[in-house]
Design a protein around this ligand. Structure first.
Ligand code: HDE
Length: 739
């Protein structure tokens, strides 16, 4: 990267104009640590643009203690950034003011179109490390050498909401992984749910239109609880397996860190001889699966709409790097032919009990982005990006996606050169004859831009390589051209039922609650009724519960294209509760403190939290914090109104008797404990805290998950109890529908 000579030091002279003195010579870099990072071995400061996103930027060198001079984009030093150029003190403003015009024009063009789906997302860098070679089934370079690390970038997202929507929508989460392999980028553009709503890509625009805000009124935002969505779903029986998943707590994850990821489609792995093995990809979180409850999700959206992105940012910056295992399900044609369902049908899973998962690697996220726009917003995933040794199946959804992703990036990023943007550029050598176009940053040098050519090895440019190059699986396809759906895709309910019966009773209750909630927002009774008619083909009890919750007469079952297989066995892997963590690690305790709170218990709690690998935040009546019983002061992270208990995995209330008397009068403090109780959280109850619980009306309801914090020794017991995350039996006592 070329370094420009140092520009002169900024001058504090303001020649009598209106220049706020504190802005003169201010650090234009703001808070970002990158902008003032010292250059090793050099007493200079590097103020850089775009360096860490892969180059192409420019660096201004200035002496230490100095600040860079503000310039225009053309590098012209700016003398006054507070006042436009005017004719006389009171104007008019002159067209001649190139600095003003450039600044405004650039601002006017800051936005690019948001993604048509998955608009709201959050990304992080990391690496993939191979732990078990797959060289027995694939030639893919990334799967050859155990222990090798390959850089990766991951973007998590919600689907329906726009860029500025809230994180805890009830929605599918995107789990898109770009791995920069030595033989090109591999994009595994997956979701946190292993099946999809539709079987053929031609239905995607209809599905998305129905889920997005209704076109005349442009609401509701980021929710499927409206007529159009359920109208489409109830007319699309293939969607019901996915509906079971999206109505489950999978759609309200506690964190991106506590979700599984799935490649969804069946792909192929190819060895050096072109032999194919079918594969399904799974990401399994080391953090265990965890979700929130719906009432909590609704409140988190108000308290902290950025809950998931903040969680990822904090965890990575705190050195608690989230990690997933990459698992593969490998199978051959014989299995595919014998399986009850079509492996090309993206509305079906292959239960892990039938084809066990082989863990072959791990994905670790260890670095947040330097610039959200440059990396997270501009990253362009394309399902078509597969390196040699990984190939597609004929899944009609996947085939359609392979067209859609490239197409959408061209629109979104403004042209065919989006691979020149550092986050999208491969990190392996590349050479081709594609050229020109908007914003071309990598331009061929020399005379030859075509092949074949006869300019020889040095001037003639790259040549194709039939051995190293990607070769598609030599699949034979035949049959008449026709618009049909294969009969083998016709079973819409059997796996929906299998999912439902695999859930614990509390998870089944949540599915029923979610359906009642969503359909209660649907205005047309016939749509509600038609939806229940499909549930009858899945589970009679579920259908009856939902009908009852809606006050609806049970309709006739929908006419099924094929009878439901009712004896598919339950699969434990489909439940969140059965796959939760065994520790409180990576979780957050909220401690409500007042002045005079017991210092010894507070210290013991911190010690227990640290030992567990968890974190804590202090909530107090005032943001300045509290003075504990021994006179030490503790700063608060939240004032009580801004730190509701929904933001924490468990809570402790540690107050003095005076503090308790005051907080018992405070609505936010009462909400803090009632919500924690209603959301089945573990609660540490300090010796003096009772008046707050009494004022909240729950003092006589406290159960075995409300543990005493009367002495320092109680802290460890309490944090160990928190490992269970929730005390589900309580839900039956706090929910009218369950009584
Ligand atoms: Fe996508 N999808 N999708 N999708 N999808 C997009 O590409 C599309 C599908 C998924 O963080 C778009 O760059 C079609 C399944 C993720 O940047 C678009 C079909 C799965 C992301 C698109 C599907 C996904 C997208 C919009 C039906 C899980 C976010 C912006 C055939 C396996 C990637 C963009 C990111 C994004 C099309 C179905 C996952 C329009 C046509 C199934 C995680 O190209």
């Amino acid at each position: 990267m070329a370094k420009k000579p140092a520009l002169p030091k900024a001058s504090a002279k303001n020649s009598g104009k209106m220049t706020p003195p504190d802005l003169v010579g201010a650090d234009v870099g703001g808070e970002s640590p990158r902008k003032a990072s010292p250059v090793p071995g050099d007493a200079a400061i590097s103020f850089s643009y775009g360096e860490s996103q892969g180059g192409g930027g420019e660096t201004h060198q200035v002496a230490e203690g100095d600040v860079a001079v503000l310039t225009t984009q053309q590098g012209i030093p700016v003398s006054d950034d507070q006042n436009s150029l005017k004719q006389g003190a009171r104007g008019p403003t002159l067209l001649e003011d190139f600095h003003f015009r450039e600044k405004i024009f650039h601002f006017d063009h800051e936005r690019i179109p948001e993604r048509v789906v998955h608009a709201r997302g959050y990304g992080a860098h990391g690496y993939f490390e191979l732990t078990d070679s797959l060289s027995d089934v694939t030639r893919a370079d990334i799967f050859q050498r155990v222990g090798e690390r390959t850089p990766a970038f991951v973007r998590f997202s919600t689907v329906a909401g726009s860029k500025g929507s809230f994180d805890l929508a009830r929605d599918v989460r995107g789990f898109a992984v770009k791995v920069y392999t030595q033989e090109g980028n591999w994009d595994l553009v997956g979701n946190n749910i292993p099946v999809f709503f539709i079987q053929d890509a031609i239905k995607f625009p209809d599905l998305v239109h129905s889920a997005k805000p209704e076109p005349d009124r442009n609401f509701p935002q980021a929710q499927t609880a409206h007529d159009n969505f359920w109208d489409f779903i109830s007319l699309t029986p293939e969607s019901f397996h996915m509906i079971m998943w999206t109505m489950s707590d999978r759609a309200i994850p506690r964190s991106y860190r506590t979700m599984e990821g799935f490649g969804v489609h069946t792909f192929r792995l190819l060895d050096a001889d072109g032999k194919s093995t079918f594969v399904k990809f799974h990401w399994k979180p080391k953090q265990g699966l965890q979700s929130v409850v719906w009432n909590e999700a609704v409140k988190i959206n108000g308290a902290d709409p950025d809950f998931h992105r903040r969680d990822l940012w904090d965890a990575i910056n705190g050195g608690d790097f989230p990690e997933w295992e990459l698992g593969v399900q490998l199978f051959d044609d014989a299995f595919a032919d014998s399986f009850d369902f079509d492996i090309l049908d993206a509305t079906k899973i292959i239960p892990e009990e039938l084809v066990p998962i082989r863990v072959v690697g791990r994905l670790v996220l260890d670095r947040v982005v330097d610039n959200f726009f440059a990396e997270t917003e501009q990253v362009a995933f394309c399902t078509q990006n597969v390196p040699p040794g990984i190939d597609f199946s004929n899944d009609p959804l996947l085939q359609g996606r392979n067209f859609s992703y490239l197409d959408t990036q061209i629109k979104r990023l403004g042209g065919p050169n989006f691979t020149h943007i550092p986050i999208n550029a491969p990190k392996c050598p590349m050479a081709h004859f594609q050229q020109d176009g908007h914003m071309a940053m990598r331009n061929p040098i020399g005379r030859v831009n075509y092949e074949p050519n006869s300019w020889g090895a040095t001037q003639g440019g790259p040549r194709e390589d039939p051995v190293r190059g990607a070769i598609a699986f030599a699949e034979t396809a035949e049959g008449p051209k026709q618009r049909v759906r294969s009969d083998s895709f016709a079973d819409h309910y059997s796996q929906a039922r299998q999912f439902f019966i695999s859930q614990t009773p509390i998870e089944q209750k949540h599915i029923g609650d979610a359906l009642v909630f969503e359909l209660s927002k649907v205005e047309r009774p016939d749509i509600r009724s038609r939806t229940v008619s499909h549930l009858l083909n899945i589970d009679a009890r579920l259908a009856a519960t939902v009908a009852d919750g809606l006050g609806l007469a049970l309709p006739d079952p929908a006419v099924a294209a094929r009878p439901t297989i009712t004896d598919l066995p339950a699969s434990d892997k489909l439940s969140i509760v059965k796959n939760g963590p065994a520790s409180f690690r990576g979780r957050k305790l909220g401690m409500l403190l007042s002045d005079g709170a017991d210092a010894a218990i507070f210290a013991a709690l911190i010690k227990a939290v640290d030992a567990e690998g968890a974190v804590y935040e202090v909530i107090a009546p005032k943001i300045a914090g509290v003075t504990l019983s021994d006179g030490t002061t503790v700063a608060a992270k939240h004032k009580i109104d801004g730190g509701p208990s929904v933001l924490f995995d468990a809570v402790a209330v540690l107050v003095s008797s005076e503090g308790a008397a005051l907080l018992a009068l405070d609505a936010a403090a009462k909400d803090f404990v009632t919500d924690a109780f209603a959301h089945c959280k573990y609660i540490g109850v300090g010796a003096e805290a009772e008046p707050i619980f009494a004022a909240a009306g729950i003092a006589d309801k406290l159960d075995e998950a409300c543990l005493p914090l009367g002495k320092a020794a109680d802290a460890k017991n309490f944090i160990e109890a928190c490992r269970a995350l929730r005390f589900w039996p309580r839900e039956l006592t706090v929910d009218l529908d369950a009584q």
